[in-house]
Design a protein around this ligand. Structure first.
Ligand SMILES: Cc1cc2nc3c(=O)[nH]c(=O)nc-3n(C[C@H](O)[C@H](O)[C@H](O)COP(=O)(O)OP(=O)(O)OC[C@H]3O[C@@H](n4cnc5c(N)ncnc54)[C@H](O)[C@@H]3O)c2cc1C
Length: 472
């Protein structure tokens, strides 16, 4: 403790329950109290903190803004939480090479805000972008509405500076998309805080498009809405974003901060196209026709920027608005092949029926990335158990049609026990060997991603199954 205080200063080491309790949870429904929270200010301090924590045998849990939805930043095995919030500088922008260099605590939206005047933007745009950090985005390989056209975080990360388990500081990747040798930056992005702590990153910037058009399609059945998604991409249109909200979500949005979505619709699709004007007009016309053919009762394009922003405000605020319907909600993050959307959404409705839970769907439909949000009230005896079981049933349904356990939120703590549904023992061992090459003692984020921790000198083992006490 004295050592940590010497490195970062008294004010930046938290140990009292009243202080560390803020760090016991992220956006998921899992929680565990950290023993110590440390807030270093620069890479040298991060390195020294890691050395000191390792000497004392503590596991290390990196933390960005704590908006993760899979328990990734929850210190399940106790230990030292290292918050990167104070490393929050945009270090430089190189417009000629279209790159930005930044620290991990920079908030996602601040990157685009910082370069917008010069006509650029940072493409990965999680709906949490006003709060989540670049470090968390890199660790979770985060996506967002506009990653349908532009790809997820890994497609925009060129290089990362990382502090390893022994405190050494290394660069993975570089300043250009293709560097010789293994793509170690690619290995790091999406590793969910299990390989080291990222302390600096070089990311790609993109040129703002000449024209952006947004369209709202209103459907009387979920089946026709999901069919429209399949048909839009089959018609060769690549929207910049293709988002879906169901009736329950519409109700929440319209109760919270109304966006003008019709409350009686079963589903709405929000479609955006970007590019030169000739392209956007043609793509919008085609999308309009496809939605009508699929059964949309109304399709309307935003007439101006104000209307466009209002449509998006509803979508971006949809998760928060769910609080108007229930005190708690459990966000699922399955992904399925786009063509399987109609049948998967039917399966989600059946699961809601079977487990007697209310589900609000708001998701990146163009990517086949579902977010069924199971609404509940933690105070009702037995509710949490039912919700967890319903969540597992949804993910099983995704896997059954050739999908996966996560589209963007990561495996974290929440879904580690389900990894065996997708991967064989050999697969998991191969992944573990990659992990051990970076972090031989599993000092970083133990108990995350992998279902059954085995010894190999692990610092302090997290339990093999998520124990009761970790759910909220
Ligand atoms: C309302 C809402 C909407 C959301 N919408 C989206 C969405 O559209 N798309 C999407 O992908 N996600 C979404 N998310 C999930 C979440 O915002 C993302 O996963 C985000 O990237 C997490 O960033 P964070 O800074 O909050 O990370 P945290 O939650 O603090 O941490 C997430 C993981 O990253 C690790 N980590 C954090 N910083 C570092 C670092 N510097 N070095 C190494 N590891 C680190 C942590 O250990 C943890 O495993 C949403 C969440 C909410 C609450």
């Amino acid at each position: 403790m004295q050592e940590l205080r010497r490195i970062v200063g008294d004010a930046h080491v938290l140990v009292e329950d009243a202080d560390v309790i803020v760090y016991e949870q992220d956006g998921s429904i899992l929680q565990a109290m950290p023993e110590i929270v440390v807030l270093p200010a620069d890479v040298t301090q991060v390195s020294e903190v890691i050395r000191a924590a390792r000497r004392a045998g503590f596991p290390i849990v990196p933390r960005g803004s704590g908006t993760g939805l899979a328990g990734g930043a929850v210190p399940a095995g106790g230990g030292v939480v290292v918050s990167l919030a104070r490393l929050n500088r945009l270090l430089g922008v190189d417009y000629r090479n279209r790159t930005a260099e930044l620290e991990p605590g920079v908030i996602n939206l601040e990157v685009t805000k910082g370069v917008a005047k010069a006509g650029f933007f940072y493409a990965p745009d999680p709906s949490s972008q006003a709060a989540c950090s670049i470090g968390g985005n890199l660790a979770n390989n985060s996506g967002g509405p506009h990653t349908l056209a532009y790809g997820v975080t890994t497609n925009h990360a060129l290089g990362v500076e990382v502090v390893l388990h022994d405190g050494s500081i290394v660069w993975l990747g570089g300043t250009v998309p293709d560097v010789p040798g293994y793509d170690l930056c690619g290995v790091f992005v999406g590793s969910e805080g299990t390989l080291g702590i990222v302390t600096r990153a070089i990311v790609r910037l993109m040129r703002a498009r000449e024209d952006v058009r947004t369209l709202l399609a209103i459907f009387d059945s979920m089946d026709s809405a999901t069919q429209a998604v399949v048909d839009i991409t089959a018609a060769g249109i690549v929207p910049a974003a293709l988002e879906m909200m169901d009736k329950t979500t519409i109700e929440a949005v319209e109760r919270g901060a109304p966006a003008g979505y019709p409350r009686d619709a079963e589903a709405v699709l929000l479609l955006e196209v970007e590019g030169v004007r000739e392209y956007t007009e043609r793509a919008l016309r085609m999308a309009h026709e496809v939605c009508t053919r699929a059964g949309a009762r109304q399709v309307r394009a935003a007439r101006d920027e104000q209307e466009r922003q209002a449509l998006w405000k509803g979508r971006k605020g949809a998760f928060g608005a769910l609080g108007t319907l229930a005190p708690n909600y459990y966000v699922m993050d399955g992904v399925v092949p786009r063509s399987k959307l109609p049948q998967t959404m039917r399966a989600v409705a059946e699961i809601a029926e079977q487990y007697q839970v209310r589900i609000a769907n708001v998701f990146h439909a163009g990517d086949g990335n579902l977010h069924p949000n199971i609404l509940f009230d933690i105070r009702v005896p037995g509710a949490l158990d039912r919700v967890i079981e319903a969540g597992a049933a949804i993910l099983r349904a995704c896997v059954a049609v050739g999908g996966s356990l996560t589209g963007e939120h990561g495996i974290g703590l929440e879904k580690r026990d389900y990894m065996e549904w997708l991967f064989s023992k050999d697969d998991l061992e191969a992944m573990t060997r990659v992990r051990l090459a970076f972090d031989p003692q599993r000092a970083f984020n133990p108990g995350k991603i992998f279902p059954t921790p085995v010894s190999c000198g692990e610092v302090r083992r997290a339990p093999a199954r998520i124990p009761e006490g970790l759910w909220i």
